[in-house]
Design a protein around this ligand. Structure first.
Ligand code: ATP
Ligand code: MG
Length: 189
């Protein structure tokens, strides 16, 4: 599962858990992006913080792991590079790329889109506020998965942290504490 994870929240974790159960996945690898292609115009928190919050959030689940492939690769992150690196490390694995409704609609514009569908199947989880259209995507490689609606976004969590409002129960407890300890999201304008 790829994401900016700035910060990781319970919407991400429920999506991963539901996809794992539905597709009988042995492992869900969370991959925090390096420089996200679609967010080049905005500031993103230092990747090491995003990586560590993802580690904290997933630590208690034996099937959840976190990969550094994107944050350790220089330059802008492209999903095709993410999949190439993960496949090199696990040559015999079958890959499912888990992503949200807003991201899957852009997939045809992603770098090397054709190749992507040969490298992995795609699981598009429904997301509150985003009507899902998979027109034009190969039906046998893209699966739509309805998950319990959690109207949580990282944007909202950041705004709350900045305003001094609680973020308890939107993100895992350890992430609440990590945000406070490192005073993240305080200086946003
Ligand atoms: P931001 O508001 O900063 O864009 P975000 O909440 O969208 O953050 P991302 O890290 O951008 O989080 O999301 C990673 C993936 O998780 C995306 O594919 C996104 O669609 C999906 N996702 C995020 N929040 C939810 C949610 N509440 N329910 C289902 N999917 C979600
Ligand atoms: Mg997003």
């Amino acid at each position: 599962m790829g994401g900016t994870f700035d910060p990781i929240h319970h919407g991400h974790l429920v999506a991963a858990s539901e996809a794992a159960a539905t597709f009988d996945l042995d492992e869900v690898v969370f991959v925090p992006t390096g420089r996200p292609t679609f967010k080049l115009d905005q500031e993103v928190t230092f990747s090491e913080h995003r990586y560590l919050m993802t580690v904290v959030a997933t630590a208690s689940n034996p099937r959840f792991t976190v990969s550094r492939v994107d944050i350790d690769r220089a330059g802008v992150t492209f999903t095709v590079d993410t999949l190439r690196d993960l496949k090199a490390a696990r040559p015999d694995a079958d890959f499912f790329f888990i992503t949200g409704a807003d991201a899957i609609e852009q997939i045809l514009t992603w770098k090397d889109a054709e190749e992507l569908f040969s490298m992995a199947q795609f699981v598009a989880v429904t997301r509150p506020g985003h009507a899902l259209s998979v027109d034009g995507l190969p039906g046998d490689r893209v699966h739509v998965l309805e998950i319990p609606a959690l109207a949580i976004s990282s944007t909202d969590v950041r705004a709350r942290a900045q305003a001094g409002q609680p973020v308890w129960y939107l993100v895992p407890d350890g992430v609440v504490q990590y945000i406070a300890k490192h005073r993240l999201y305080r200086g946003l304008s």
